[in-house]
Design a protein around this ligand. Sequence first.
Ligand code: PGA
Length: 258
Amino acid sequence: MKKPIAAANWKMNKSIEEGAEFIKELNPKIKKIKNIETVICPSFPLLTELKKIPSPVILGAQNAFYEDSGTFTGEVSPLMLKGLCEYVILGHSERRSFFHETNELINKKIKKALEHGFKPILCIGENREENSEGKTREVITKQLSECLKEVKEKQLMQLDIAYEPLWAISKGPQDTSTKSAVPEEIESIHSLIREWLSNEFGEKTSKEIRIQYGGSVKPENASELAKQENINGFLIGGASLKVDSFYSIIETLSKTKK
Ligand code: PGA
């Protein structure tokens, strides 16, 4: 199994200067943490500058298109990201809801990103209604099978899955009302994901795939969440925007997963 991962999803926040400042402040803190992979996914314009800063932080993008080039105004192709980042978040619920991304479109993006050697972080998760109607398992399984259609077993090793129940995702760093899902319930969904992977791609491969949890991960709940066997890391939004809270989560993950 790969090292556990702490991935920051900065969403549409931070200027180039603020991003650079953040990494410079984080660098000395994470130097001693060897058992965790720290990833930061900023907006596209920050990647070129952040890449220049020597750091153990690995960069990721928040999106990438499914064609190499062409008449697609406003899109960024994986070819343009080569050398700038290793990871790419795909299928985030905000892309699904605000930009109407479907499983079919996400599948195209996943395949293209894999073709170019990127490590996709595939986000899946149910909304509140689906959750309260008891449809979580059904939704998750459908998302997995449609988003990973025709992905080869060998390529799958490059990929992470992030389970992010939509109702647990915060509205930003000031949001104190949204609550993370209960650790034991998340664990049961993560083991369902693992089981699905095992059935589709074999047990050995399924054990190699990290399953991250995302949705109001904070310094206060990181320890309880990290104790769950099938939570192999976090995708962190609001709490990743401040060095102190992001680092605190990384440190907790590092201690708990020893
Ligand atoms: P949050 O965001 O940590 O602010 O809930 C997580 C995400 O959307 O990836």
